[in-house]
Design a protein around this ligand. Structure first.
Ligand code: ADP
Length: 167
């Protein structure tokens, strides 16, 4: 029997990390010896948080889960990172059919970069399937209540960012 460590990578923008991400991380952590939450820079999306802030928030929220660590991918492709750490699979979440098309596309592109890449998608839990970081930013910007959607530290950090943005 092989003793190779099973390493999962959960890449995302995490701008910010939400209760939906946390749920997925807890579930995915059970499937691997080690789960790397990889904060990746998405060139298409405008961020509220810097990469370092996203990492800090994520560490506070999920850093204590056994087997979970948080890393920053500042530059370079996820496919290359996957190869470097000798990962087993990429984990992504699926909320709806829009996610399906998007995730299928990314999985195919990643597999073209490096054909050993396996992507595993987990369905969003019912309770979180309507949650997205974009929606949360929209609500937070207009001072709506997001306390049910994000961990406490993120809620506080969003309030501070909102204040900066509205100056
Ligand atoms: P990206 O810019 O890479 O899509 P996100 O941080 O928006 O980064 O999402 C990272 C992953 O988490 C994606 O696979 C997304 O589908 C998944 N995800 C986001 N929100 C939820 C949620 N509420 N429940 C389950 N999965 C989610």
């Amino acid at each position: 029997m092989s003793t190779t460590k099973k390493i999962g990578i959960f890449p995302g923008s995490f701008d910010p990390i939400t209760n939906g991400h946390v749920d997925l991380i807890k579930r995915a952590a059970k499937l691997f010896d080690e789960l790397i939450v990889l904060v990746a820079v998405n060139t298409y999306k405008k961020s509220w948080f810097t990469p370092e802030e996203k990492v800090q928030l994520a560490k506070e929220v999920v850093g204590g889960i056994p087997g979970v660590r948080i890393e920053l991918l500042e530059d370079g492709l996820i496919a290359n990172y996957f190869r470097e750490v000798n990962a087993t699979a990429i984990i992504r979440g699926l909320r709806n059919s829009t996610d399906f098309d998007y995730e299928y596309g990314i999985a195919s592109v990643n597999a073209k970069q490096y054909d050993e890449i396996e992507t595993i998608v987990l369905f969003a839990s019912d309770h979180y399937r309507y949650l997205s970081s974009s929606l949360i930013k929209e609500i937070a910007y207009f001072d709506g209540d997001i306390s049910d959607m994000v961990p406490d530290n993120v809620n506080q950090a969003m309030k501070a960012k909102r204040f900066e943005k509205r100056q």
